[in-house]
Design a binder for this molecule. Structure first.
Ligand code: HEM
Length: 426
């Protein structure tokens, strides 16, 4: 928090964090791991409605959807009556910002991103450019543009979060709310605010603590939506197979341009083994989970002929991406094999997707507290997108770009330019 998220390096901050961390995490766990609560949370993001305007076909910048604004959208095809029918866009940027517009209002309500339209650009600049440098110990005062721009983005995000918590606090206490903002749809941030209030955490410290939380909610999830879409489209015939598998759970209104009339998010998560196996394979290739633990008491580990003695006060780091690429666990590890995680259940005879050795969420009691929500968000966005949109690569063939190390999920070395058309039912 000090080194990367820029929180105050003071005993007061440290003391506050120690008191609030457990109650804050238990709120997240209750909302985002539990099956029915996580489904309800994804439902609040209203993917079926929003996906209809994934690209709006608008030509004036001010008419674009907020998630289209950084994606270089361009109308590339029109019908006989001059109505736009196809749009070209940068896939990674488009789905990353679409996903963030689904997820962030679930925490903070709709007003937050509308009031802070720069937040997402700042978020990704911080995540892509600044985070990895600070993480390896580069000092924040170095007068390099990449660092100073990243620090400015981080400061703007903290100011935005501080303003948000002030408004939530005013709303909860029945005081007049700054700008008369609508706080009625704020999600678990209201419960977080009660914890902050109970322990006397200042508004600035609330913002410092929440920055790492909103980062954790988005930094891995949204890039993985991109990798998932890129991989499933690059495997011949897979999108058609997935459309067939999800069809009972994603109802589409016909005739005309397709629209989703209902979606069973829990069933997508429970009843679609190929979709699940393909997302596990995407985690294997696209995520870089690491569990880091502080050693509390001396431990001796035996490892073949080696004996490791772990000293209290040191840290142990388990980078699971090493295992994810180990050919002895995953043959042809560089290949995307969508059914790699499919098994036949010996009792029911049904196909199921099982993690096996994969650990995308870390391990033990400190493993990811948002995993069910994250997975449902990715599956819901992907299932909705392939149900009502056709997508093809502008350069003719699906070439999944090389990946670069990221801050939890890999970054594509370059974006994919895609052409999107609404699917039309007879
Ligand atoms: C695909 C998306 C995601 C991936 C791959 C992911 C992965 C991880 C990993 C590897 C950890 C560290 C676990 C460990 O130390 O063993 C973690 C921690 C955490 N994640 Fe996620 N995460 C994702 C999405 C989310 C979301 C959507 C949320 C919140 C809604 C979230 C909240 C958290 C929290 C609060 C922790 C800290 C847990 C603790 O210290 O007890 N994550 N995540």
């Amino acid at each position: 928090m000090n080194r990367v998220f820029g929180s105050e390096d003071t005993p007061e901050f440290f003391h506050k964090i120690e008191s609030v961390l457990k109650p804050l995490l238990s709120i997240v766990e209750r909302e985002f791991i539990n099956d029915s609560a996580s489904t309800a949370a994804v439902q609040r993001g209203d993917v079926p409605r929003n996906i209809t305007s994934l690209v709006s076909f608008a030509e004036r910048r001010e008419d674009l959807q907020p998630w289209e604004r950084s994606a270089n959208v361009r109308v590339v095809e029109r019908d006989a009556s001059d109505k736009p029918t196809a749009v070209e866009a940068d896939l990674q940027t488009l789905v990353r910002d679409f996903g963030a517009h689904i997820a962030i209002p679930v925490l903070y309500g709709k007003d937050f991103l509308e009031r802070n339209p720069q937040f997402l650009d700042d978020f990704w600049r911080f995540d892509n450019d600044l985070f990895p440098l600070l993480m390896v110990g580069v000092p924040p005062w170095i007068p390099l543009k990449i660092i100073q721009d990243g620090i400015a983005s981080r400061s703007r995000m903290t100011v935005a979060l501080e303003g948000l918590y002030r408004r939530i606090d005013q709303y909860q206490k029945g005081d007049p709310v700054d700008f008369n903002a609508d706080m009625s749809d704020v999600g678990i941030a209201t419960e977080r605010n009660q914890v902050y209030d109970k322990f006397g955490v200042s508004m600035k410290h609330r913002a410092d603590m929440d920055l790492s939380f909103v980062w954790g909610q988005n930094a891995n999830t949204q890039p993985l939506v991109f990798w998932f879409l890129a991989y499933i489209h690059s495997a011949p015939g897979l999108v058609e197979d997935l459309r067939r598998e999800i069809a009972p759970w994603v109802k589409v209104a016909t005739p005309g341009p397709m629209e989703i009339s209902s979606m069973d998010i829990s069933a997508l998560h429970r009843e679609c083994p190929l979709l699940k196996s393909a997302i596990y394979e995407t985690y294997r290739l696209g995520s870089e989970a690491t569990s880091i633990r502080r050693v509390d008491r001396p431990i001796t580990l035996l490892d073949g002929d080696h004996k490791h003695q772990l000293q209290p006060g040191t840290f142990v780091s388990a980078p699971f991406s090493v295992l994810q690429n180990d050919a002895s666990y995953f043959p042809d590890p560089e290949k995307f094999v969508p059914d790699r995680f499919l098994e036949v259940d010996s009792e029911t005879g049904r196909k199921v997707a099982r993690y096996g050795k994969l650990r995308p969420w870390g391990v033990g009691p400190a493993s990811c507290k948002g995993r069910t929500f994250a997975e449902k968000e990715i599956l819901t966005i992907t299932a909705a997108l392939i149900s009502i949109w056709d997508m093809e690569p502008a350069e003719g063939a699906w070439n999944v770009p090389a990946s670069l190390p990221g801050t939890g999920a890999k970054k594509p070395a370059k974006d994919i330019r895609v052409i999107l058309r609404r699917r039309v039912a007879p």
